[in-house]
Design a protein around this ligand. Structure first.
Ligand code: PMP
Length: 378
């Protein structure tokens, strides 16, 4: 049977999207494909909150991050990488591999970045770009991207703001144009309700000016992808992941039918219910409430709590949660609640969590978290 994925991604894919994918590939140099591709692109722009081109590459989020670095920066370019966890560190590592001169602004895991710190660093040194994670999936912390971008622009009007929105776009507002974000990257398998395999990258006018016509990479060439989008029947330079694009288009239609504001609200409500349910079972959240993510909740493992045993007991009930990464391994577990997420899924997850806790010898009031969810999510 299918397991319920309550993970940081991949997330559950609605039946309608699965069905859209279960057909023969459409040839990618045809009007049929062009119409679907165009329809997907228009909806992506709406989700990104941008009039900029949104480029599509067959890749996971990491591939999208690497593509951004390969197109924007040259060896020795100076970049400030703001890291609040695994994915902030990853972005910095990618840039270092390309020979970029990376300075770090790192925070203790579990904290969010402060606009004041960013500004202080930008005043110390002139950077070509800044790399920031919007929602740090490894710690369940969301950065206040609006305030950070606003503060950056107050001190530097031409720095390239590059945002990893892999686990946020589609679940919370990202407002690329309003926040003056130059390059924003996301991927299909989280809030966008589609299987893994597509990366989406928006590119601003400011960024296009610094993108060379001969980037070091042939396959990830942003200009080539842009040319495809400028055609009357849009296409991609090379064979795209056609079935995933068909699926993504369907998933975005579902998001638009529900209404973006409603989708954002649903994420907030589900996150609040998740947090309340965890509290009812005696768990503490890893992140401060003020910047805890509406997309994923990281939970502190109580003393002596065997996270890997817990995860396997939950898995046995057909629900997949995840543990912590790197030094948070064994210290936290994470519940993803982004994309195709609803009350029914949340109840199923907590039923499994309660069963696992009982099996582990915890003295909990059976059904308390389900009752809490029921009361919170009206
Ligand atoms: N950034 C963030 C914030 C993420 O959550 C992830 C995936 N967990 C990535 C980057 C990397 O994406 P992928 O696993 O799709 O390469």
């Amino acid at each position: 049977a299918n397991k319920l994925l309550m993970t940081p991604g991949p997330t559950m894919v609605p039946e309608r999207v699965l069905k859209a994918m279960a057909r023969q590939p459409i040839h990618h140099r045809t009007r049929d494909f062009g119409e679907i591709f165009n329809s997907m692109n228009v909806k992506l722009q709406e989700i990104f909150g941008t009039k900029n081109y949104v480029l599509t590459f067959p890749a996971s989020g990491t591939g999208g991050m690497e593509a951004a670095v390969a197109n924007l920066f040259r060896p020795s370019d100076k970049v400030l990488a703001v890291s609040i966890g695994v994915f902030g560190d990853r972005f910095a590592q990618i840039a270092k591999r390309f020979g970029v001169d990376v300075d770090m602004l790192s925070y203790e895991w579990g904290r969010s970045a402060s606009p004041e710190d960013v500004v202080a660093r930008l005043k110390e040194r002139k950077y070509k770009g800044i790399l920031i994670t919007h929602n740090e999936t490894s710690t369940g912390v969301i950065n206040d991207i609006k305030s950070i971008c606003k503060s950056i622009r107050e001190v530097d009007s031409d720095i390239l703001i590059v945002v990893d929105a892999v686990s946020s776009a589609g679940g919370v507002p990202v407002d690329v144009d309003a926040n003056d974000i130059d390059v924003m990257i996301t991927a299909s398998q989280k809030a966008l309700m589609t299987p893994p395999g597509l990366a989406f990258i928006s590119v601003s006018e400011r960024a296009w000016k610094s993108i060379e016509t001969d980037p070091v990479s042939y396959y990830w060439d942003f200009n080539a992808a842009k040319k495809g989008l400028q055609k009357s029947i849009p296409d991609t330079p090379y064979t795209p992941a056609i079935s995933l694009i068909v699926a993504q288009n369907e998933a975005l239609s579902m998001i638009m039918e529900e209404g973006l504001e409603n989708v954002f609200l649903r994420h907030q409500k589900i996150a609040a219910a998740t947090q309340a349910a965890l509290n009812s079972l005696g768990f503490e959240l890893f992140a401060d409430k003020s910047d805890s993510s509406p997309l994923i909740t990281a939970v502190k493992a109580p003393d002596g709590f065997d996270v890997s045993r817990f995860l396997s007991l939950v898995d046995r009930q057909g629900v997949v949660l995840t543990g912590g990464q790197q030094h948070l391994k064994g210290k936290i577990f994470r519940i993803g609640h982004m994309g195709y997420i609803n009350k029914e899924f949340l109840l199923r997850a907590f039923e499994a969590i309660e069963m696992a806790m009982v099996e582990m010898g915890f003295n909990i009031e059976k059904g308390i978290s389900l009752k809490t969810i029921d009361e919170t999510l009206v």
